[in-house]
Design a protein around this ligand. Sequence first.
Ligand SMILES: C[S@@+](CC[C@H](N)C(=O)[O-])C[C@H]1O[C@@H](n2cnc3c(N)ncnc32)[C@H](O)[C@@H]1O
Length: 246
Amino acid sequence: MTGRLDIVGLGPGPRRWFTLETEEILAGASDVIGYHSYIDRLEPLAGQVFHGSDNRVEIDRARFALELAASGKKVAVISGGDPGIFAMAAAVFEAVEQGDRSWRDLDITVHPGVSAMLAAAARLGAPLGHDFCVLSLSDNLKPWSLVEKRLRAAAGGDYVMAIYNPASKARPRQIHDAFELLRELRPANSIVVFARAIGREDEQVTLTNLAEADPSIADMSTLVLIGSSATRRIDERWIYTPRGFS
Ligand SMILES: C[S@@+](CC[C@H](N)C(=O)[O-])C[C@H]1O[C@@H](n2cnc3c(N)ncnc32)[C@H](O)[C@@H]1O
């Protein structure tokens, strides 16, 4: 087989947050596969074929990418942010594990990208400067009881939390339930940030605390950061979690 499959991330916003490696892979791909809204961020090059699809069919998209690579194409599968974080790389490996055994011999490479939490953290200062954990609030692919269990564990461990997928039109309630739970478990003055559309024209950063936070401002373009007991705020501008923790 001469085809290959590269899995790349486009970062959370502007083209300048693409890595050089991502640019190289996209320039050399015969076929680019991804969710419509990510595909729409790119211009096809001469001879290149774009295959956009709906977000809810990740495994089908992964299988299609593997079939194309097996037929000799140079396939780039794209995700927003980093392709390994709540994104397509896991779907590709799930498809490889379940699929045709010959897919295991394909030349598959995952290339790192800038994840939304890294871009949001950089905007704010250094909130991820000490131990943190990353959660998705979506209960599309796991039960809400597991989300709650993990929120409790993160709160109990006094981690900084980076919360992806806080809300969508189909899931408006979960972020309110999560805040209700966190208000029972963490001090009222815990720092909270709603980092929306970071790096895009409609970027908006709201710096508040657990008591005053309005979770209804979170949508599917928002990353929510919850500080640990050590996370500090400098005026209205910066937040950071110190390297030393006593
Ligand atoms: C399906 S996840 C994909 C995450 C992506 N793979 C990454 O590494 O950033 C989508 C979630 O990422 C977060 N997100 C993506 N882009 C963002 C941005 N520009 N600003 C804030 N959050 C963003 C939001 O929480 C959104 O609901």
